[in-house]
Design a protein around this ligand. Structure first.
Ligand code: PRX
Length: 697
């Protein structure tokens, strides 16, 4: 008998989904899970067999040490086996699986109607061409290539071309500032930068090349070996179409043309940004591609060779270069994509994340392509040009599996049901969320309004470091509870520890850790293995420590309670409070700064900053504006403070440590401060309470 979708507070998938599912029941999940943790070798070997290996592994399938007290931390899956991830994503799908004509990506531009598509064989050709370009530029196996691009097909081409020749890509989200880009280029010693001329984010023009140039100048001052910059003509491409008269055929370009005419010089400047050019450094992508061959022998890499570096915030303020390797990452992203989205060949899948973040790496690029999936790649914003944009795209491409962030759901929820209901969304089968805890209210809206109670929601918990989903429902198997990431994925063994490192059984709350490696776990922090060991393995020897708090309920469901270190999650993006503090104190008027996270109805969390001024300085609106600008320039717009409060003094312990716990309470106007006996000067607390910042800047 089919249970109603909602029964005893649990939500279940409809029978139609169960019938076609890879894992159709909780019992089937439990059986596979048992095998995956008891016999990880056999379980993952079965997944690996779906891929092409040039040679098989020589030593043990898995070798690792998770215990710092026993020596160096290391994780090796299938070491000695050789393969190429790009070959597996493209050549294998085109030649062996005969998917050459299948669409790999539907690209949907910022402007509605501005779109294109690319098949698997076209993608393979472009990747081979660009891999040849990279080789011609002297890039070889093990070199690092920095990529700073908008959401365009060339971004996927660039990353896969790196993977094809064994170079490591280090993608920097195109919303980061020149300082952040420079810091990342220097840390990974990149020898090439790939960027684009400019793009629109909503109606805002981003002159990406100009920002990249500023970053390169800063790098040059610091002796970076980076010599060249390859530039995609993205906005300029549209400009050419307009001048060729193609504009009238294309609604979005027409719109831009009208803009130009109506607003004359101001607009035309915006639409025709002149790409700054230095002929000693800069190279146009399209010119390099013109004569490049469409054939390119892949570099055969060891399963444990490094695939890419992706920077994530670290609690010291300096970003960490998370390193993933070829073999383990490939099989883990492939398996999680297949099971978590219950992928089938006819699916149209859409992940709204930017490729600059791990979600875009694992679930817009590697995981879907490894499965021969068709995806939507969207350049724009959820509410541009109107708040129905997402739903219109779902109908346009008949999207079946849709993956987005709680912050986007909360934002769209604000506009009510009507903009959603304007579109049919009948194609949808599975909905997903990622990046931060989803509040039950948003979960229920997503379930009832967007999915019309027929689409299970996979609330996927994972991290840049985990490479792929670690706690997640499987859509047809797991009865869902709104707000819970439910159970571990195959091969993942979670535990909850108390402060003393004791494992807690049954219903419990504490530190979320993992007891053994899965194939997709990071292997090191780039050029800083010690930091890898200290950050993730030192606090509780024998465990990988996530940095998140977690509850397990009486039914064994896991509920993430949020970060328990000095990190905060703004719109699904991790930031460290230290990073923002150091950007603030670089301002000449500021002597000290303390930043805490503060609840925000749409972003989940936001930044509440306390700043102490240098003698003789005044706290003015102009200063607040300068500070916000400073943080944007140092880190990027995502780190813009929502609140800045003047703090003549900060609550500190006698040893001088800032008491952020107390500052968080002040920000929330919560006078239940707990034990304040260690505060050196209690008077500062009262002062801060009476001068709280009530309004968002
Ligand atoms: O705090 C958790 C939160 O995001 C952190 C990881 O951030 P990042 O490395 O940027 O990767 C984000 C995309 C995978 C985690 O430590 N987080 C991520 N997903 C969830 C989540 N918190 C609760 N529920 C989730 N589903």
């Amino acid at each position: 008998m089919e249970l109603p979708a909602e029964c005893d507070g649990l939500f279940r998938a409809p029978q139609s989904l169960v019938l076609e599912a890879h894992v159709p029941s909780l019992a089937a999940y439990r059986e596979r899970y048992r095998r995956s943790v008891e016999e990880p070798h056999e379980f993952w070997d079965d997944v690996a067999k779906e891929f092409y290996w040039r040679s098989q592994h020589s030593g043990p399938f898995l070798k690792y040490n998770f215990d710092v007290t026993k020596g160096k931390i290391f994780i090796e899956w299938m070491k000695g086996a050789t393969t190429n991830i790009c070959y597996n994503l493209l050549d294998r799908n085109v030649n062996e699986k005969k998917l050459g004509d299948k669409i790999a990506f539907y690209w949907e531009g910022n402007e509605p109607g501005d779109s294109m598509k690319i098949s698997y064989s076209e993608l393979l050709h472009k990747v081979c061409q660009f891999a040849n370009v990279l080789r011609e530029q002297g890039i070889k196996k093990g070199d690092r290539v920095s990529i700073y691009m908008p959401m365009i097909i060339e971004l996927v081409v660039a990353m896969l071309a790196c993977a094809r020749i064994g170079a490591l890509h280090s993608i920097v989200f195109a919303g980061f500032s020149a300082d952040s880009l420079c810091e990342r280029i220097l840390d990974s010693n990149c020898s090439l930068l790939i960027t684009a001329d400019a793009f629109y984010r909503g109606d805002k023009l981003i002159n990406l090349k100009q920002i990249a140039d500023e970053a390169l100048q800063k790098c040059k001052d610091k002796d970076s070996p980076l010599k060249n910059c390859i530039v995609v003509k993205h906005l300029g491409r549209e400009e050419e179409l307009v001048s060729d008269g193609i504009c009238s055929k294309s609604p979005p370009l027409k719109r831009l043309c009208q803009d130009v005419q109506e607003k004359e010089t101001e607009s035309s400047k915006r639409f025709h940004p002149k790409t700054p050019w230095n002929s000693h450094v800069d190279l146009w992508w399209h010119e390099l591609m013109k004569n490049a061959s469409k054939e390119c022998e892949p570099e055969w890499c060891d399963a444990e060779d490094e695939l890419f570096i992706l920077y994530t915030s670290g609690s010291t303020g300096k970003p960490k270069g998370v390193v993933h390797t070829v073999g383990g990452y490939m099989i883990f992203t492939a398996a999680t994509f297949k099971y978590v989205f219950d992928h089938h060949p006819e699916d149209i899948y859409w992940c709204t994340a930017d490729i600059g973040w791990i979600t875009g790496h694992s679930y817009l690029t590697y995981g879907p392509l490894a499965n021969g999936a068709t995806s939507v790649l969207f350049e724009g914003l959820p509410i541009y040009p109107d708040v129905s944009r997402m739903w219109s795209i779902i109908d346009k491409y008949q999207v079946t599996k849709f993956y987005t962030a709680p912050t986007a759901i909360r934002l769209l929820m604000k506009y009510g049901d009507e903009p959603v209901k304007k579109y049919s969304r009948k194609s949808l089968k599975v909905l997903g969320t990622v990046g931060e805890p989803i509040n039950p209210e948003a979960w229920l809206w997503y379930y009832r309004v967007v999915g019309e109670e027929r689409c299970p929601i996979v609330d996927t918990f994972w991290q840049t470091e985990t490479g792929g989903h670690v706690l997640t429902p499987l859509p047809a198997a797991t009865p869902m509870k709104p707000g819970s990431a439910t159970f571990p994925f195959f091969g993942v063994v979670p535990a909850i520890l108390d402060e003393s490192g004791e494992e807690l059984e049954g219903e419990a709350e504490g530190y979320l850790v993992f007891k053994q490696p899965w194939p997709g776990i990071m292997r090191t922090v780039y050029r800083n293995h010690q930091r890898f060991e200290t950050t993730y393995f030192k606090k509780f020897p024998g465990y990988y420590v996530t940095g998140d708090g977690c509850k397990r309920d009486k039914d064994g469901y896991y509920w993430i309670t949020g970060r328990i270190d000095d990190m905060l999650n703004v719109s699904g993006h991790l930031l460290s409070t230290a990073e923002v503090e150091s950007a603030l104190v670089e301002h000449s008027s500021i002597s000290e700064a303390a930043v805490v996270s503060h609840p925000h109805p749409v972003k989940g969390e936001c930044l509440y900053c306390f700043v102490t001024l240098r003698d003789g300085q005044k706290f003015t609106t102009a200063l607040m504006d300068e500070l916000r600008k400073q943080v944007r320039e140092k880190i990027g717009p995502i780190a813009t403070p929502d609140y800045i409060q003047h703090a003549p003094g900060l609550p500190k312990t006698r040893s001088g440590k800032i008491m952020r716990r107390v500052l968080r309470k002040i920000a929330k106007n919560d006078r239940d401060l707990g034990d304040t006996s260690t505060v050196a000067d209690p008077a500062v607390i009262n002062h801060l309470f009476s001068n709280r910042c009530e309004t968002v800047l």
